[in-house]
Design a protein around this ligand. Sequence first.
Ligand code: ARG
Length: 461
Amino acid sequence: MKNQKPWSGRFKKETHARAEEMNASISFDRRLYRQDILGSIAHARVLRKAGILSKTEAARIIKGLRSVEKEMASGRFRFTPDMEDIHMAVEKRLTEKIGAAGGKLHTGRSRNDQVSLDERLYLKDEINGILALIRELQRALVEVSKKNLDCIMPGYTHMQRAQPMLFSHHLLAYYEMLKRDKGRMTDCLKRTDSMPLGSGALAGSPYRLDRRYCAKLLGFSAVTENSLDAVSDRDFAVEFLASAAIVSMHLSRLGEELILWSTEEFGFIELSDAFSTGSSMMPQKKNPDIAELARGKTGRVYGNLITLLTVMKALPLAYNKDMQEDKEPLFDTVRTLKTVLGVFPPMLRTMKVNRERMREAASGGFLTATDAADYLAARGMPFRGAHNAVGKAVAYCLGKGIGLTDLGLKEWKRFSPLFGSDIKRVVSAGSSVNARRLLGGTALPAVKKQLKKVEMELKKR
Ligand code: ARG
């Protein structure tokens, strides 16, 4: 056979070209070359320690692997579908370089434990990178919050103006979401951080491989406890994709708010030209494409999660080739999430905040109707009755085309004798915000307290 496979011993026919094409993962798993070689070097050391490789054999293998790594890193190496996957490509090249000794490297190892190792090494790095990107976004949110501490905006429910709020309070809501995201990613990292080599194809290895030594060499803090589970398990990837889906969901909400806020109708912010695009036809347009893509890319991140969940569903133990389908969704989500996370900090830092416009939108109208009801409740009226009285005042204002702040004391008294001259102040946007001083509220002192706390958190990392 001209195209010799490592498993060709029991085969009489060559692989059909179409089967080979479908079977090969080299076009996408080649990006794991560094992890594959790192794992192979550690495995060579373990084989040496077990007395399976002589000192010179181990040294030659390790030296050979390093030069394969250089070749692959330089882009000079040509990956072809007949290599099937990265594990075989590395081994084949090693053997070409150092001869038969290269064939000893696969002792006590299967591609099944090897691929699990490579993916774990890859994901550990990527999760750490993603955690750093989340922290950077949190820092940007804190910076913009601090710069705009005096900025009052309308808060919304059902996209209807609800109550006045500090813009900083709104931004810090995203800080909290991202904090939970970090928690989920860190948790996923713990379960990814388990070393599977030694599991062999499924049942473990008859060689006395020192698995803890291997874990130490590769920087893992644990070893997997059951060989069958180790080669069947892709939970770490599913968990990562699920955590990434939640991060994306949060980013899509932030993206959506930036899009809304930069409409002429809202006019709360203006995104920098650097994060906007124009129209090929309409000369006046400035579009928030980047924020829109942040929203839109959530679709593929969700899709990748569903892909892997579906691939893994009902798969019998242990390894099945279906599992090769885990890589593209994983790589795609890592790339997408890094892109989207990375674009927000500069987009936020460079946007223009139209404080006047926000304050205007938060003043007048009826955003402080709750404060008027609370005023009555504080003077002994049951809240339900207070709600009703203020509701009538709102209806009265709507009839006259005015807002609550335009009402005179005489008019207030029509709805309840409990209203005193201080109601005028109470229904201003500023005093409404200021009243919410409790922990987690939107008053300036409460927001400053939260800022202090989150800055401490960010320092701790
Ligand atoms: N390319 C394979 C994958 O990504 C590696 C494991 C193959 N193992 C096997 N027994 N065919 O899943």
